[in-house]
Design a protein around this ligand. Structure first.
Ligand code: SF4
Length: 330
């Protein structure tokens, strides 16, 4: 049965919810799981012409965020960052340039949801002006309206990263509809969307994984994939533990099979060799603030460098694209 579903995906068929659930249910380390992983890898290679990418994110600020997403270090109620702090503009620009020199295929600019939009535009203009014209810039910000989407486009962003997260509206104070509106606002002004099934925790049901996988597919993204929740020490959600990299490899492989070949990228975070071997062809380096870290400058703790991500991809037998992201160009 699973073989038929995998073949349907490889032949270009669109898997329905029950078929996706069936693939998620397959036990790890079974023959069927190995088949899912090898097929996802094949589909990823086919969709990205055998080339993986490394994107690099620079976070502009830390702050106690009122949206209170339980999994995020910035959530006010998690009390990790009590005082707001903005990274100096020159430091952010230097970091973005370093990522570019190191060979990142796209640079992401991230802020907390309540970071002033105009300030985000100003900082982004400085970053944009300091990078080569062909370098792809991507915004990872809170929800925005159509006018703000236009400002992001005019500022030189090729796209955004945005997701309807697992537990959205339950573990966060943001309604699912608000996230979907932001998808639409981006699309309407020509900003490409990268998204993901995240942040996966051990308590999430197959039904929720299926629902969020289908949301990413219906958003027509340039990449999807799956990422696990990183426990923030001392928080309620940390008590729920962490999903293993082996399980994440299976989950991201199923997400790959649920999306069509038109979607070039399949991401995972944080980077792992087993995830990349199973079909993740997009990994992230990070610097500055990071919602999964308790350090203001994640490059001193959790954040990986571009070279680290390239090494992970090469260990998983991927060739890494040189030059601007093909995912955000597609
Ligand atoms: S994930 Fe974004 S919106 Fe949610 S608490 Fe963190 S910064 Fe705020």
């Amino acid at each position: 049965m699973e073989l038929q579903t995998v073949s349907k995906s490889l032949d270009g068929g669109v898997l329905n919810g029950e078929e996706i659930a069936q693939l998620f249910r397959v036990p790890l380390f079974s023959r069927e799981s190995a088949m899912i992983i090898s097929s996802a890898r094949h589909k990823s290679e086919r969709a990205s012409h055998g080339l993986a990418e490394v994107h690099a994110q620079v976070g502009l600020n830390v702050a106690p965020c009122p949206k209170n997403c339980m999994f995020c270090a910035f959530a006010a109620k998690n009390k990790v960052f009590v005082e707001p702090f903005d990274l100096p503009a020159q430091e952010v620009v230097n970091q973005a340039r370093r990522f570019e020199e190191d060979g990142a295929n796209a640079i992401f600019v991230m802020s907390t949801a309540d970071y002033p939009f105009e300030k985000f535009i100003e900082m982004s203009q400085e970053i944009r002006g300091s990078l080569c014209a062909e370098t792809i810039l991507v915004a990872n910000v809170g929800d925005f309206d159509r006018k703000q989407a236009r400002r992001l486009k005019d500022c030189g962003f090729a796209g955004i990263y945005h997701a309807v997260r697992l537990g959205e509206g339950r573990d966060t104070r943001i309604p699912v509809q608000r996230r979907l509106e932001t998808f639409r606002n981006a699309k309407e002004v020509g900003l490409s969307l990268g998204t993901c099934v995240e942040p996966v925790g051990s308590e999430h049901t197959i039904q929720e994984l299926v629902e969020k996988t289908i949301i990413t597919r219906e958003a027509n993204p340039v990449f999807s994939g799956s990422a696990r929740r990183i426990p923030i020490p001392g928080t309620e959600m940390a008590k729920l533990g962490i999903v293993s990299e082996a399980r994440m490899a299976h989950i991201l492989a199923v997400v790959r099979l649920a999306l069509s070949d038109d979607v070039g990228g399949n991401c995972t975070h944080e980077p792992s060799v087993i995830g990349a071997a199973a079909g993740a062809n997009l990994l992230w380096a990070e610097a500055g603030s990071n919602p999964r870290d308790t350090e203001t400058k994640t490059e001193n703790q959790r954040g990986m460098k571009v070279q680290d991500c390239i090494r992970v991809l090469e260990e998983a037998e991927w060739k890494v694209l040189k030059g601007p992201s093909q995912f955000y160009r597609s």
